[in-house]
Design a protein around this ligand. Sequence first.
Ligand code: MG
Ligand code: ZN
Length: 225
Amino acid sequence: MKINDVVKAEEGEIFDIELDENILKANAELAQQNRELLRKQGVKAIDVMGSIGAGKTSLIEKMVQKLKTHYRIAVFKGDLTTTIDAEIIGKHGVNVVAINTGKECHLDANLVQKALRRLDLEATDLLFIENVGNLICPAEFPLGSEKRIVVISVTEGPYMVVKHPFIFMDADVAVINKIDLAEAMGVDIAKLQNDVKKINPKTKTVTTNCRTGKGVDQVIAALNL
Ligand code: MG
Ligand code: ZN
């Protein structure tokens, strides 16, 4: 079947509060405050973004296991209403603050600022911030972190990167997870890596199987940790 036409949303036409310029500006200011606070306290903060089920929590768990003897780690875990992931990560003996956004489909700098107040920053070297599962609006809401990771999995199909260019533009590291399933899914990993490079040549791509831990050392190296 052939596509007859494409309806395109014009600037200002979308009925979505997230596109309100004032909100984005306020968020950017709060993100800057967070960034300055974290820098002053010597905390390295890393965002982890990706769709629901891509493997964000598994990646954080594996990095926490490998890094917790070198850094004093804390994790902010964004979710709508649950603390399931926060509890999973907390089992590794690091400080976890759950951030429940209610109906909001992304974290924002205000929520992160509130969470920062609940953390002993003097006793923290490294902070992972797991966003709500979403590849769209987190791109517009910087949180004040130093680096951003985007996790995608091969089970999401071959077009995850090209369909979500904005989230990859700002990503320092793109993690392609569940590579053990690539063949079964018929997904070409080299093509996904190339899609990332086309959007941002500076983004490092790493392939992982976060269930077994394969590739996690390379993610850590890509983050210079
Ligand atoms: Mg998760
Ligand atoms: Zn959102």
